[in-house]
Ligand binder design. Structure first.
Ligand code: X2W
Length: 310
């Protein structure tokens, strides 16, 4: 109906105004944050490096599910900082902890094999609904409260085959990434927000671990920056409990894999990063950090969290 169209137009123009209004203050705010840890010159150098590649090659950012419930405002303001600088990271979020809770509340114990969720049809249905909701919540929050024009990309981008149907049931192994929806979003100055599900070419939805999806996006796009945002803020040595500030996979991978504490999701993560960095140019690295360190990670030499390289 006519009034809906008018309302929509009004809404989008007011969002745009908010975004414009927010931009100057947000740009100043980020400069203030950054200048407390970095010099103007350093910031400018990073900015020109980020702008020297095509827009979709700036960064892939994986957002762990726990951040969406516990640190969403920190995440949104960091994304806004980038957005107002004209930087468009490709964001993919998880939702694992939330899914565990729903299953447990329903009396179902979540099942994992090698860090990957065994996804029966019922779990798949719950996961799909949950991840779609989480995606839309993040997109709306960014658009309505942060003036960031985020765009949900929840299908038509990640294609997969079954990983091993006998073992994991409805879990996908990504077979191809269609980067066009991502490029189209960025060409329209919108921030692409993906969730961790893929589809087969026959249209069957499959669950994919979000760390793995981020790796596949990085393989497809070869971004300057690959960042995994985690609530813990990095990888911790299971023996000493200390944060591991850097891992050189060429030297440490085999040794790490023999450690008893490198299991479940951590094992999957390290394996995924090894394969990813083997596939990417030698200079690539992955940072695992808390969302409150995102700007610092991107604009200063002083990294926080865990840096993984070859
Ligand atoms: C994951 C997808 C979500 C995810 C799952 O069902 O938990 C598989 O394991 P986090 O928050 O990053 O853990 N899928 C197949 O990875 O979320």
């Amino acid at each position: 109906p006519q009034h809906q169209i008018v309302q929509k137009r009004f809404l989008s123009s007011s969002i745009k105004q908010n975004a414009d209004l927010g931009q100057t203050s947000a740009r100043l705010a980020i400069l203030n944050i950054l200048e407390s840890v970095s010099s103007k010159r350093e910031i400018e150098q990073y900015l020109s490096q980020f702008r020297s590649v095509s827009s979709q090659q700036f960064a892939v950012i994986k957002v762990g599910g726990a951040i969406l419930t516990d640190h969403v405002d920190v995440l949104c303001s960091a994304l806004r900082s980038l957005y107002v600088m004209g930087l468009y990271p490709i964001v993919v979020h998880g939702g694992g902890p939330q899914l565990n809770k729903i299953l447990q509340d329903a009396g179902v114990e979540p099942q994992f094999e090698e860090g990957i969720r065994v996804t029966d049809p019922k779990t798949l249905g719950i996961a799909r609904k949950l991840f779609l909701e989480a995606n839309m919540d993040l997109v709306l929050r960014l658009r309505q409260e942060y003036g960031v024009l985020a765009r949900p990309i929840t299908s038509g981008c990640l294609y997969a085959d079954y990983l091993d149907k006998e073992k994991w049931q409805y879990v996908g192994k990504v077979s191809s990434v269609d980067t066009r929806p991502i490029e189209a979003a960025i060409a329209s100055r919108e921030l692409p927000i993906l969730m961790s599900m893929a589809e087969t070419h026959e249209g069957q939805i499959l669950n994919v671990n979000a760390d793995v999806v981020a790796g596949e996006l990085a393989r497809a796009l070869e971004p300057l920056k690959i960042v995994y945002l985690s609530e813990k803020g990095g990888l911790f040595d299971g023996n000493t409990g200390k944060l591991i500030s850097a891992i050189n996979l060429d030297e440490e991978y085999e040794g790490l894999m023999t450690q008893p504490w490198v299991r479940h999701g951590t094992r999957l993560k390290i394996k995924e990063m090894k394969q990813l960095l083997d596939d990417l140019p030698k200079t690539s690295s992955v940072a695992i950090i808390h969302p409150s360190y995102l700007e610092r990670e991107l604009f200063t030499h002083t990294g926080a969290g865990t840096l993984i390289r070859k």
